[in-house]
Design a protein around this ligand. Structure first.
Ligand code: DX5
Ligand code: ZN
Length: 214
């Protein structure tokens, strides 16, 4: 399983230390949660922090934009070296254009779905996605409980992708832990985001290794 530790749960007063921990771990990606206080009821961090993480990170950056009108900022994320960029289905009026803009800036394009948004809404856009991010909590905060319904959504999406012969990765984000990881693997997930489970662990590096082993 590919694990993307969410830096939202890192210690921002010791950010470089936590980045080095992720560099030395078996993590696949750095997950960066960008919140604007409009699309979600919280503000996280912006370009100066992304830039600081990019400076020390030795693994690809996966930025999850929980913001309205993300098109305005897409080139800036590319310039900072972001590789995976996801935008919310619920925040994009012209999603097809937005995904093309992400790809034309040299990044992998992802669509994030809130827990209430069915995977059937991807019917006409799946071909333009490199990955889909399924939210398994309501976006805005780390440390929330996993919503069980996501297993079914993940299986449905895996079936949709495979039946069309597409190469689209599934990322699951929110409340991921050692108990639900094996089940998410069975449901066809490729990448799991883990914030609280990693950073509140006694040994975060070992926890990343345990999650990756599934
Ligand atoms: C929530 C974010 C998540 C969050 C995950 O809005 O998208 O990436 O940081 O944190 P945990 O793993 O603690 O649920
Ligand atoms: Zn996220």
């Amino acid at each position: 399983m590919l694990i993307a530790p969410s830096m939202l749960s890192a210690d921002f007063a010791n950010l470089q230390r936590d980045i080095e921990m992720v560099n030395q771990s078996e993590a696949a990606l750095f997950h960066l949660d960008i919140m604007d206080g409009l699309f979600v009821p919280n503000i996280s961090y912006g370009f100066p922090v992304v830039k600081a993480i990019a400076k020390y990170a030795t693994k690809p950056l996966d930025a999850h934009l929980m913001i309205v009108d993300p098109d305005r900022y897409i080139p800036q994320f590319a310039q900072l070296g972001v590789k995976y960029l996801s935008v919310h289905y619920e925040a994009c009026t012209h999603l097809h254009r937005t995904l093309q803009l992400i790809r034309s800036n040299g990044m992998l394009a992802g669509v994030a779905l809130n827990p209430h948004t069915p995977v059937s809404h991807l019917e006409d856009i799946l071909e333009y996605c490199d990955f889909v991010l399924l939210m398994s909590v309501n976006p805005g905060f780390g440390g929330q409980s996993f919503i069980d319904r996501i297993y079914k959504k993940c299986s449905e999406l895996r079936e949709m992708i495979n039946s069309r012969g597409l190469n689209v990765q599934i990322e699951v984000d929110g409340g991921v832990n050692l108990e639900n990881t094996p089940k998410l693997k069975e449901c066809g997930a490729d990448i799991l985001v883990a914030g609280n489970t990693v950073f509140s662990a006694k040994d975060p590096q070992q926890t990343i290794s345990d999650l990756s082993a599934f």
